[in-house]
Design a protein around this ligand. Structure first.
Ligand code: SAM
Length: 287
């Protein structure tokens, strides 16, 4: 396990993932009934962007750094408020030194009845995460393989939930594992809202991945992708995608506003692109 999220925290991929995660949570809160966020690959929860590791790549500067730099159009500010207000609350003196990972963001948005189950397999990162949530009765942090949790921890006892699956993609076969993991969890909990993260980079088997997902015959799957640069001269990450199963009915329209904005704000060259479309359900047409 070599992957450490501290090198990437707050980058363009985190921005898309965390902005969407916050929208999913806000939508869930439209009803009083409690829900659970199951975060299968949780990371350490809180990232110090002034640390040597984060400074080494400086990736956050082209992610959350750009987002906080300059005015936002009113409609975008409203959509991003749950996410950005959480970041700002961690940095009361301005700027962005502390950045919330997915479990911390979810927890910050919770009402008293909402719950978090977070899994982290790296022993050091698990310890750090566990310490961060020590004594918090709304959160349960487990040193467990997140892929196992997709079988064993669904459905949540609240019977309402968001399942974030955000693996590091450091091993071969992660796209396949993601589709299989979804299939397994969906069989046990068809009513859950699932959010799967995946990387966009040169040679990534995106068409095959989408095909595998379609073959699961899950009725509603929305896809959002944002690339910030061309993949012609790099083998590194050039963008990221999210698959949202059972999305809130409001999400497609929100993405149609957010993605063009994020594309412009986060673009690193003229080949930046963004799209959202139904992989299954609704119209199934790209827009
Ligand atoms: N979800 C986090 C966020 O948005 O802030 C970032 C997670 S990071 C991309 C992936 C994390 O998964 C790393 O912290 C890594 O140690 C952990 N990890 C790797 N394999 C795992 C596994 N099989 N089960 C649980 N965690 C795993």
């Amino acid at each position: 396990m070599n992957y450490r999220h501290i090198y990437h925290a707050g980058n363009f991929a985190d921005v898309l993932k965390h902005a969407v995660l916050a929208r999913l949570i806000i939508y869930m809160q439209g009803k009083d009934k409690a829900f659970r966020v199951l975060d299968t690959h949780a990371g350490i929860g809180l990232y110090d962007l002034s640390s040597e590791e984060a400074q080494k790549t400086g990736e956050w500067r082209d992610g959350i750094g750009r987002l906080l730099d300059g005015e936002l159009p009113a409609d975008i500010a409203a959509l991003l408020a749950p996410y950005l207000d959480t970041v700002k609350a961690l940095n009361p003196d301005g700027g962005v030194r502390l950045y919330p990972g997915s479990p911390k963001l979810a927890r910050a948005l919770f009402r008293p009845q909402d719950r978090l189950s977070a899994m982290e397999l790296h022993p050091d990162d698990y310890e750090t995460l566990h310490r961060l949530f020590d004594g918090d009765f709304q959160s349960r942090i487990t040193h467990l393989d997140g892929w196992l949790a997709l079988g064993a921890h669904v459905p949540p006892k609240e019977k309402r939930g968001i399942i974030l699956v955000d693996p590091p993609f450091e091993k071969e076969g992660e796209y396949e594992r993601l589709a299989e993991g979804l299939a397994r969890a969906y069989r046990r909990f068809a009513g859950g809202t699932y959010c799967l993260w995946y990387p966009l980079k040169k040679g990534a088997p995106i068409a095959d991945f989408h095909k595998a997902l379609k073959e699961l015959k899950i009725p509603k799957m929305l896809c959002a992708e944002l690339s910030v640069r061309s993949d012609r001269e790099t083998t590194g990450l050039t963008g990221s995608g999210l698959i949202v199963v059972n999305p809130p009915y409001t999400l497609k329209a929100e993405l149609e506003k957010l993605l063009p904005f994020l594309k412009e704000r986060l673009r690193q060259d003229r080949f930046a692109s963004a799209r959202s479309f139904w992989l299954a359900g609704e119209t199934q047409l790209a827009s």
